[in-house]
Ligand binder design. Structure first.
Ligand code: ACO
Length: 373
């Protein structure tokens, strides 16, 4: 038994392969670098298409997601005031719980994709509407004719975004869309194996995502950059953290023994934003310095353990440059990863069996309990 189920195969999947030794991520036969060039809707079609009874195109999903965003806006309206008071992470959980009922007009979409589309559409609508209310603005209605990511950023800001910003957010969302049998994806598959349906699988997966050892790290990454402040303070700050027994957020990974390939894709996206001179003044230069200092400190701290930069480090820098509030980083992560969660839920429902592992009892024996009474 391994307490973290490390190395234990729990499913056969055709969705993605994480090669932790070589630092390579393949999604449906595409290397991450190729995937990262694609539109959100095309990645949805890539991940979901082979799991339903007929092929679907990105264009078909663009139309369906637009209609489903409009439906979600109505559906979550009653819970928005509570969600706005609850904070970004909790707020999305409340909105996801409020989904249900009629999906609105989703055209002739294959039946199995109705729930994945509904829940995928709802996440950016919920994040944007909750943020607007929390900031004293009117929630912005979705525009069904807009591409999903452009509409997300427009609703979030109450204003259209620059194309370079939409491109950066899209790169982020598709880069994190799917990544093997991580904790939240496993959760999604467990729930889907009970035939509870995609919205339940996604809600449960989101609850697994929010922890700091999984998708909750990028906010703390930014806290770290703020605490360091200037490059000259990096070494001292990092040494003090490690000496205190704390983990450096944005470093280390269960699988990667080399650099997480997503880190480089996202770093490149931040560079492109900076070069296009849009977005907020980025912390890129400080981040690059802190990354170098952290890597050499971690090598001294755990020689041979190969603790490298993970996806969360440049996620934080990218989302910050796009003006996303740090409390919303994990919900925005979910807006991308939902594609993978739904794909796994579909795959599990099609090919899987009820997931029901065993446990090893190490408690008191019945005989001992009986002798006490
Ligand atoms: N900083 C300092 N030390 C670390 C770090 C880190 N970031 N990561 C691992 N270590 C140390 C651990 O303390 C452990 O030391 P120990 O054996 O003395 O206890 C050793 O390296 C081995 O680490 P594990 O805990 O076995 O690594 P595991 O595979 O369980 O954890 C994880 C991976 C959770 C990502 C870990 O590296 C970590 O906590 N990183 C910081 C949080 C973070 O960045 N989370 C986002 C992950 S990416 C994602 O899920 C989307």
């Amino acid at each position: 038994m391994d307490a973290g189920l490390e190395g234990i195969v729990v499913a056969r999947t055709a969705l993605s392969d994480v090669d932790g030794e070589r630092g390579r991520l393949v999604v449906r036969g595409l290397d991450l670098e190729e995937l990262a060039e694609k539109d959100f809707e095309d990645v949805a079609a890539l991940l979901w298409g082979e799991l339903v009874d007929r092929p679907v195109s990105g264009e078909e999903l663009r139309v369906a997601l637009g209609a489903a965003r409009v439906a979600a806006f109505e559906r979550i309206a009653p819970v928005l005031p509570v969600a706005a008071r609850a904070g970004a992470v909790e707020g999305l959980k409340l909105c996801l719980s409020a989904l249900g009922g009629a999906p609105g007009e989703l055209g002739s979409l294959p039946e199995a994709l109705v729930d994945p589309v509904r829940v995928t559409a709802a996440i950016p609508v919920a994040i944007a509407a909750r943020t607007a209310i929390a900031q004293g603005r009117e929630p912005v209605r979705p525009r069904p004719e807009e591409p999903h990511v452009a509409d997300f950023l427009r609703m979030l800001r109450s204003a259209p975004a620059e194309p370079a910003e939409v491109a950066a957010l899209q790169t982020y969302l598709v880069t994190v869309a799917e990544h093997g049998m991580n904790a939240s994806t496993f959760t999604a598959r467990v729930v889907a194996s009970t035939r509870a349906g995609a919205p339940w699988a996604v809600l449960a997966a989101y609850c697994a995502l929010v922890g700091p050892l999984h998708g909750g790290a990028p906010g703390p990454v930014l806290d770290m950059l703020d605490a360091i402040g200037t490059p000259d303070r990096a070494d001292e700050w990092i040494s003090a953290e490690l000496a205190a027994g704390n983990r450096l957020m944005g470093f280390g990974h269960r699988l990667y023994r080399t650099r997480d390939p997503r880190a480089d894709v996202l770093k490149q996206a931040v560079r492109q934003l900076r070069d296009a001179q849009v977005g907020r003044d980025s912390r890129l230069a400080l981040a690059e310095h802190v990354e170098r200092a952290a890597l050499s400190a971690l090598e001294r701290h755990r020689p041979g353990r190969r603790l490298e930069t993970n996806v969360e480090f440049y996620t934080a820098v990218l989302l910050d440059a796009l003006g996303v509030e740090r409390a919303a980083f994990t919900p925005v992560f979910a807006a991308g990863r939902v594609l993978g969660w739904c794909a796994h839920a579909l795959e599990q429902a099609r090919t899987g069996r009820l997931i029901r592992p065993a446990s090893q009892y190490v408690g008191a024996r019945a005989r001992q309990l009986a002798s006490r009474s």
